[in-house]
Design a protein around this ligand. Structure first.
Ligand SMILES: *Cc1c(COP(=O)(O)O)cnc(C)c1O
Length: 447
């Protein structure tokens, strides 16, 4: 058994030395893995009970066409999401094209000309710069005369309460808080840190809408931001809550009024949640949500493993392997553009789809810097599946995430370790990795 496994890894060019590091890493992570399994168990029961409470049945697996009036499967799915997140209502649609669109729907639906949006958690995710108008863009909130304020995080990555207090001296309509780190090296926020922040804000302005960008955070803890005062959250279904099988879409969950406002923006005033055909894809929405707690747990284990292995190899990682996790993202500072590309090549080489292509840095809609993305995924662009990406800017950090199964995340990390440490003695010169480099076809990763 052990021998067969070793042979399989050797065939991928992974040296004995690296396998020893991997074995030691797994031994070191036993307690952390157990904690992740416990979180998955709680969340599995949460999702299961929500489905049972709403009497999810075979009839809900069929879809509507045309307007999508009276789409029972869609409406029940939204009720299930509302139960899982303990909110009054939810909006879960294949027509929400991505995470950015889900967040934009929350913002545009609930802000009006003259209102102020306030990011209390520092700079928002890259693509939101154009949504807000931090980078001038057609159709941004700035064009609709929505003002924007930002309180940068403190040096250590925590909330700057003095700066937040200052902004709250003036009337704010909506506060946005990003749970995950995005393409920055600041830590992700725990739900309990978000709870403290929301309490502080509401003490000063009780009527403010507290919105949380929940991307990558779902089911990494046993509570969600909506359990601690967030009025509205949003996220992508090709990340955690789609469980790796939902083919597209986004969700919002929150107070009824706020969801209605978002729906009026997404579809049309007067129509709101009542329209939007689900066609035939609802089974993958239900099943994806059902699988999400364990798929997310696998991804978190993969991130822990990546942290431990790259710590051992001498790289700066964030979070470290002994920190609590609040999302599925692992950042590894690689310091050079060559190593960033090498890491992504390693992840790509371990993919079940498109393993033979080479990721290259390119311009991407919504991003200011060139971005390199690796991910040979069943669902295009899915980042709950094994993937790695990063902007081509100092300090050349790679953001690693996903893995539908832990063994797949593990082999991906090891293939990346081989490429990154090419020449450092961790790759097996008799293995395939160096040969595979030569036969890789140049192909843009901009898909
Ligand atoms: C991924 C992500 C987004 C946007 O997601 P897309 O689906 O790529 O549009 C927004 N915020 C955070 C923190 C993210 O990780």
């Amino acid at each position: 058994m052990k021998h067969e496994l070793k042979e399989s890894y050797e065939a991928l060019g992974i040296s004995n030395k690296l396998l020893e590091i991997a074995a030691k890493a797994e031994a070191d992570l036993q307690d952390a893995f157990q904690r992740v399994d416990e979180i998955a168990e709680v969340n599995q029961l949460k999702v299961l009970r929500a489905m049972q409470a709403h009497h999810v049945g075979e009839a809900h697996m069929t879809g509507t066409t045309g307007y999508g009036h009276n789409d029972l499967g869609r409406d029940t799915l939204e009720a299930v999401y509302a139960s899982v997140f303990h909110t009054e209502d939810a909006l879960v649609r294949p027509q929400i094209t991505c995470g950015t669109h889900a967040i934009a729907t929350a913002l545009f639906g609930n802000l009006r000309p003259g209102d102020t949006l306030f990011s209390a958690a520092g700079a928002p995710y890259d693509t939101l710069e154009e949504v807000i108008g931090i980078r001038a863009s057609r159709g941004s909130l700035a064009e609709y005369n929505v003002q924007y304020r930002q309180a940068d995080l403190k040096e250590d990555g925590t909330f700057d309460y003095d700066a937040i207090d200052k902004v709250l001296q003036n009337k704010v309509k909506m506060v946005t808080i990003q749970r995950s780190r995005g393409y920055s090296l600041r830590p992700s926020f725990s739900v309990s840190a978000i709870k403290e922040l929301i309490a502080y804000i509401k003490e000063r302005q009780p009527d403010v809408i507290c919105f949380v960008d929940n991307c990558y955070g779902e089911f990494t803890e046993v509570i969600e931001p909506t359990d601690v005062g967030a009025d509205l959250i949003a996220g992508s279904l090709i990340k955690n809550p789609g469980g790796g099988i939902t083919p597209c879409g986004g969700y919002l969950a929150g107070n009824k009024e706020l969801i209605e406002n978002a729906a009026a923006y997404l579809t049309s005033p007067g129509m709101g949640k009542d329209v939007g055909a689900s066609l035939g894809i609802l089974p993958s929405f239900y099943q994806g949500l059902f699988l999400s707690p364990t798929v997310t747990a696998n991804a978190v284990k993969g991130a822990l493993f990546a942290a431990r292995v790259f710590e051992t190899l001498g790289y700066a990682v964030s979070p470290s392997s002994n920190e609590e996790r609040h999302d599925i993202i692992q950042a590894i500072t690689l310091k050079t553009p060559e190593k960033l590309l090498a890491f992504c090549e390693g992840i790509q080489s371990a993919a079940p789809v498109d393993a033979h292509v080479t990721p290259v840095a390119s311009d991407m809609a919504g991003y200011g810097d060139q971005v390199v993305m690796a991910g040979g995924t069943f669902v295009s662009g899915s980042s709950i599946e094994l993937s790695a990406d990063g902007p081509m800017r100092a300090p050349y950090a790679v953001f690693f995430q996903g893995g539908l199964t832990y063994p797949h995340a593990k082999v991906g990390v090891l293939c990346a370790a081989v490429r990154v440490s090419q020449g450092d003695g961790y790759s097996d010169s008799h293995g395939l990795s160096s040969i595979m480099l030569l036969i890789h076809l140049p192909l843009s990763a901009n898909t």
